[in-house]
Design a protein around this ligand. Structure first.
Ligand code: ATP
Ligand code: MG
Length: 398
């Protein structure tokens, strides 16, 4: 008898798992060698001037006068700036023109509370991670201090932001390290790491996050030493680093577990991603009912469920698809202003950029076909700027 026919299902599946994981590791190392560091492209002087809010001529004069950081000069005399330099220039301009400081350096002011945006939906593949990533990068490019938290054990956000969960993380290097119930707990500031994106820091994720789902029921039953309530732990950890950021963006896992509930309670606003297809929207009504049930339990136990805004974001939208249009129209008629006006278009440019672990914000313009790139990028930026408007409103800015 050959081996296959005698192997039981568990043994067979284990063999498949080992084979697959070995192949995937090889593939990943080939595509993205462990030691290669991700870097962010530089920005042309035109792009930099636009981002800072000055004219290209003014920026050129600054560099000729030797003021502010010096751009890199190419052989044909083109100047380019790193995001770090653009942020230095934002500081420089804010100091030079204190009256307009906020337009150059939009950091939050005293009295403007930290904004924590949780991106959620228990529907797998509804573009939560993509939405989180683009929002985090957008805000960082706009000059905000951003912390992205990867709450998904699958850790796709971390790997998009240059951290490879298999190679780069030790025990306690995820949010779990800061919310665990035992003595191994450590401060969140020891877990946060810088990314290759100036102004964007990351709390990475990996499988260890699952421990929180397993330990919470135990902690809830432990009458000897009542643990700090599970739904406060994410918020308490974030509060430890509050002073360093303007916005925290959390990528939730596709389950309504304790981690997601913790994120929802820590959040000042929610973004619920929707892929406008009948099957997805049908499961969404179930998602909303379950969420509401669970949240009411949490609220009665003392959880904070005041949110500055809750917005539905239509993602992977195909505006020329009739059934999709009907669903989007239905959502708008039911939820009106709670649905973002802009939708994030389905685009091969976004999907392909995901494969090369880059977003459209990172790609040099020449690298992809312009029209698809422009349309997709415009749609994401429009959605992100609506979220930013919500944040400004929460801060009381006009
Ligand atoms: N606007 C888009 N256009 C094309 N493809 C997209 C778009 N948004 C997301 N995708 C692709 O859809 C897939 C799922 O997206 P994503 O990983 O962001 O979803 P998710 O909700 O985080 O999934 P999970 O529930 O597994 O965490 C990915 O392959 C991603 O590249
Ligand atoms: Mg995800």
């Amino acid at each position: 008898m050959d081996n296959i026919s005698v192997s039981t299902t568990d043994v067979r599946i284990e063999r498949h798992a080992t084979q697959l994981s070995r192949q995937l590791k090889l593939l990943r190392e080939k595509l993205f060698p462990p030691l290669s560091q991700k870097t962010l492209r530089t920005f042309s002087s035109g792009e930099a001037a636009h981002m800072i809010g000055v004219s290209d001529g003014y920026l050129r004069q600054l560099s000729l006068d030797g003021k502010g950081p010096q751009p890199e000069l190419s052989q044909n005399g083109r100047r380019s700036y790193t995001l770090g330099q653009i942020n230095e220039l934002r500081h420089y301009m804010a100091k030079l023109k204190p009256k307009d400081a906020l337009s150059y350096l939009p950091w939050r002011r005293p009295g403007e509370k930290l904004q924590t945006v949780a991106v959620t939906n228990f529907k797998g593949g509804s573009a939560k991670t993509t939405t989180t990533l683009y929002l985090a990068q957008y805000l960082a490019l706009e000059g905000y201090r951003v912390l992205a938290i990867d709450l998904d054990p699958q850790a796709s956000l971390s790997s998009m932001l240059g951290v490879q969960p298999e190679f780069d993380l030790a025990d306690g290097d995820t949010l779990y390290g800061a919310i665990r119930y035992d003595a191994g707990r450590k401060p969140l500031k020891d877990i946060v790491r810088k990314t290759y994106f100036d102004g964007l820091d990351l709390v990475p994720g990996n499988l260890e996050l699952m421990e929180f789902e397993h330990e919470t029921p135990r902690a809830l039953n432990d009458r000897q030493k009542p643990a700090e309530l599970f739904f406060r732990r994410v918020g308490i950890a974030i509060a430890e680093v509050e002073a360093d950021y303007d916005v925290v963006v959390i990528d939730c896992p596709p389950q309504l577990g304790y981690l997601t509930l913790g994120a929802v309670c820590a959040a000042t606003s929610l973004l619920i991603t929707i892929h406008p297809q009948m099957v997805d929207v049908a499961s969404m009504s179930q998602f909303l009912l379950m969420t509401s049930d669970l949240l009411s339990v949490v609220r009665k136990a003392g959880g904070d469920l005041q949110h500055d805004f809750i917005k539905y974001v239509v993602t992977r939208h195909e505006p020329f698809d009739a059934p999709q249009s009907q669903i989007v129209a239905l959502l708008r008629s039911l939820f009106s202003d709670d649905v973002l006006t802009a939708t994030i278009l389905k685009s091969t440019a976004i999907a392909d950029a995901g494969l090369t672990k880059q977003t459209l914000y990172e790609i040099e313009k020449g690298q992809v076909r312009r029209s698809t790139y422009d349309r997709a990028l415009e749609s994401v930026t429009a959605a992100n700027s609506e979220v930013l408007a919500g944040i400004h409103k929460a801060w009381g800015r006009t």
